[in-house]
Design a protein around this ligand. Structure first.
Ligand SMILES: NC(=O)c1ccc[n+]([C@@H]2O[C@H](COP(=O)([O-])OP(=O)(O)OC[C@H]3O[C@@H](n4cnc5c(N)ncnc54)[C@H](O)[C@@H]3O)[C@@H](O)[C@H]2O)c1
Length: 677
């Protein structure tokens, strides 16, 4: 997956091209006339220039990115692309023309994708011979900024094509959800009717527009209400989207008369009137009923999963909570009651079976953050909580345990790959939980969580199967510790890792004080844990903490072929003379005899730049955490790993009771001032 083609250099095409080029892919962008190509290139240039002005990119980045985009009117330029995405106007005839041409021009390997918002994938694929390598990739405006990507296979699309699309999504920094080929796909299916319902309520005189707007915001926990959103994206667009849904679904989804009137008036929605407080609750329930009905019906129809629907709302629409999460908060029984009442006005709607079943179950919806699946003779355990950078919380650790046990019990698998979705590997543990534990004086809950986490990681460590961590992004604290509990760490050159704990008043509790020193020696392990320095995959490989480093587009095939050939083996640890010079010095500096001087700050005035810099870094860390972790690492190093891990657990209450722990944990975005208390 190195080169991609975009057909149509308009609003969407140019954004898709920009994002792919930004992430390092080679891009060919085609349009029918040179002026359209130029227009697309200019859209990209101005978006990138904005990023340069805001110091998100440098002018060198700008030049590099533009250098990867080849604008052309010659369709044959896309022939050797790995994937070609069509983003021409929403007109079946035009799209069919493009697909026919692409099917003839492109290499056998090329996957053809459509960014359609309303057509069915099978209908789009009609003139194409390679229906197995055809699917829809639905982007959201602005495609270079909005991270959501809906992957929609047609009935003939193969699993290999879906996997390739997922790989493309990861390579271009997207969060993808898998959706069945159904009207509105996943997100628009529940989002568009929210706006439509607001116009119905207005027409019925339920309340003034300002009240409906506020009720929409409050019910769904969103920053902009339904009218404001439509004013931003365009009233005709809202009408078009509703009409599309209505055509494919039932009359409930049809655009309201009020929406049609507003669209033909050419005016925006007026958001006016005093808030009518007494009407808010009923309106909120009506919005909830619409969303809860639709998402449950989507489950019945197999449109998408609970997890993906929620992810779609959070990533694509920036809702603070997904709709199923909102339903859990509201209560399943109450949700059932408002849906039951709501559907009475619509003869075309019936109570969704999934909601009936959930009510019977008497439990909230359960999210699956960790899944196990078999891929030939490889077992894959996949953590997927990309909106929270896959942070480890109770649910994730519990499900990791279940998924891992399932993987281990699978007799046919040779190896287990532990992988995650989204841009981060695992960004650490859920800090909010720690803060709540401290504030609510429930340190035992924190202890239990950590002890159970250690148990799960030990199970991974002790597994008789080969366990491989595929680290393709940020791995901090618990995430790094999780990877270190596997047999082999294979990273992409985009992975970075570190132990930030002493900078937030605590110390690593999932083996971070024990496993690294067994791989790379106590000195360098102390350096990493004390300073919190974030190192790249290449650096980690050079010191012997990461076993292999590959580029993102080759990592999967490399892992698979090495497992097949039995060549994937741990190579952790290095002899001192094999270490890069900088690390040899670090190793010497962190020798036992220097530690107390280092911790006392004595080296801050040293003439040696490494000594002075390191001492200054340590001076900004929590002093109690540093001293404690030093002792734990010293003691644990002389013990068996299991006893060392117990030693790590033994001081949890002590560290979490310090004032500095709360100061550090609540310091996100600012530099904490530790008091040594
Ligand atoms: N705009 C959105 O918010 C949005 C969101 C998701 C999906 N979509 C879908 O994306 C697609 C493109 O939408 P857009 O908003 O970018 O449209 P647009 O009108 O901005 O761009 C379409 C481009 O396609 C070019 N084009 C037309 N025929 C062509 C051909 N035969 N070969 C090559 N190029 C050709 C046009 O010259 C134009 O530059 C549509 O299918 C739309 O439904 C749009």
């Amino acid at each position: 997956m190195k080169k991609i083609g975009i057909v149509g250099a308009g609003l969407m095409g140019s954004g898709i091209a920009q994002k792919a080029a930004q992430e390092g892919l080679e891009v060919v962008m085609v349009d029918v006339k040179p002026e359209f190509v130029e227009k697309g290139m200019n859209i990209i240039k101005s978006t990138l220039q904005e990023a340069v002005d805001r110091k998100i990119l440098t002018s060198d980045n700008f030049t590099e990115i533009m250098g990867r985009i080849h604008g052309t009117t010659n369709m044959t330029d896309v022939r050797d692309c790995d994937i070609v995405i069509e983003a021409v106007p929403e007109d079946m005839k035009i799209k069919h023309g493009v697909f026919k041409q692409l099917d003839t021009i492109c290499d056998h390997k090329t996957i053809i994708a459509s960014n359609t918002s309303t057509f069915r994938v099978d209908a789009l694929a009609e003139p194409v011979n390679r229906k197995d390598r055809f699917l829809a990739l639905h982007y959201f405006y602005h495609p270079a900024k909005n991270r959501l990507l809906e992957i929609i296979p047609g009935s003939k699309t193969t699993k290999e094509t879906i996997n390739a699309a997922k790989r493309y999504s990861v390579l271009t920094g997207k969060t993808d959800i898998l959706v069945k080929d159904a009207p509105g796909f996943a997100v628009n299916r529940f989002f568009v009717p929210v706006n439509n319902e607001s116009t119905r309520m207005l027409a019925e005189g339920v309340a003034n527009s300002a009240t409906i707007e506020k009720a929409g915001r409050d019910a769904l926990g969103i920053a902009m209400g339904p009218f404001e959103i439509v004013n931003l994206t365009g009233v005709p667009m809202a009408l078009h989207a509703s009409a599309g849904l209505g055509l494919g679904l039932t009359p409930f989804y049809d655009p309201s008369e009020r929406l049609k009137e507003q669209a033909s008036s050419g005016k925006l929605w007026p958001i006016e009137g005093e808030i009518q407080e007494d009407k808010l609750e009923a309106i909120k329930d009506r919005f909830r009923a619409v969303v809860f009905y639709i998402i449950s019906a989507m489950l019945d129809e197999g449109v998408s999963s609970i997890d993906d629907i929620d992810l779609g709302a959070k990533v694509g629409l920036r809702w603070a909570k997904g709709p199923f999460e909102l339903m859990n908060d509201y209560g399943i029984d109450k949700a059932y009651a408002i849906v039951e009442k709501f559907i009475k006005s619509w003869p075309d709607l019936t109570m969704p079976k999934s909601l009936i079943a959930q009510k019977k179950l008497g439990k909230p919806w359960e999210f699956r953050f960790v899944k196990y699946y078999k891929d030939g003779n490889i077992g894959r355990v996949v953590i997927s909580r990309p909106d929270a950078m896959n942070a480890l919380n109770h649910a994730v650790v519990n499900q990791l345990d279940e998924a891992f046990k399932e993987a281990e019990a699978d007799k046919d698998t040779k190896a287990i790959i532990l992988e995650t979705t989204g841009k981060a590997f695992v960004a650490g543990a859920d800090i909010k939980f720690f803060i709540d534990c401290i504030k609510e004086d429930k340190l035992e809950a924190n202890y239990d969580f950590t002890a159970f986490g250690q148990e799960v990681l030990n199970r991974i460590d002790d597994s008789k199967k080969l366990v491989v961590a595929k680290m393709d992004g940020l791995a901090l604290g618990g995430g790094f510790e999780l990877a270190l509990s596997t047999d082999v760490i294979v990273a992409t050159n985009k992975a970075v890792m570190g132990f930030p704990e002493t900078g937030i008043g605590i110390y690593p509790g999932l083996g971070g004080t024990q496993r690294p020193s067994r791989f790379i020696g106590k000195e360098m392990a102390k350096y990493l844990v004390f300073t919190g320095r974030v190192i790249s995959a290449e650096e980690a490989n050079a010191i012997g903490l990461v076993d292999y480093v590959f580029t993102p587009d080759e990592i999967d095939s490399k892992i698979e072929s090495m497992i097949k050939e039995g060549k994937l083996a741990a190579k952790k640890g290095k002899k001192t003379e094999e270490l890069p010079a900088e690390w040899q010095k670090i190793k010497a500096l962190f020798a036992d005899e220097n530690i107390s001087a280092l911790l006392s700050g004595k080296y801050q005035t040293s003439n040696d730049p490494l000594e002075a810099k390191t001492a200054k870094t340590l001076a900004a860390k929590a002093p109690i955490a540093l001293r404690m972790v030093n002792d734990i690492m010293d003691k644990g190093y002389k013990m068996s790993l299991k006893d060392g891990l117990k030693e790590e657990l033994a001081h949890l209450y002590e560290i979490f009771r310090t004032k500095d722990a709360l100061t550090g944990l609540t310091s996100v975005g600012k530099k904490p001032q530790f008091e040594g208390k």
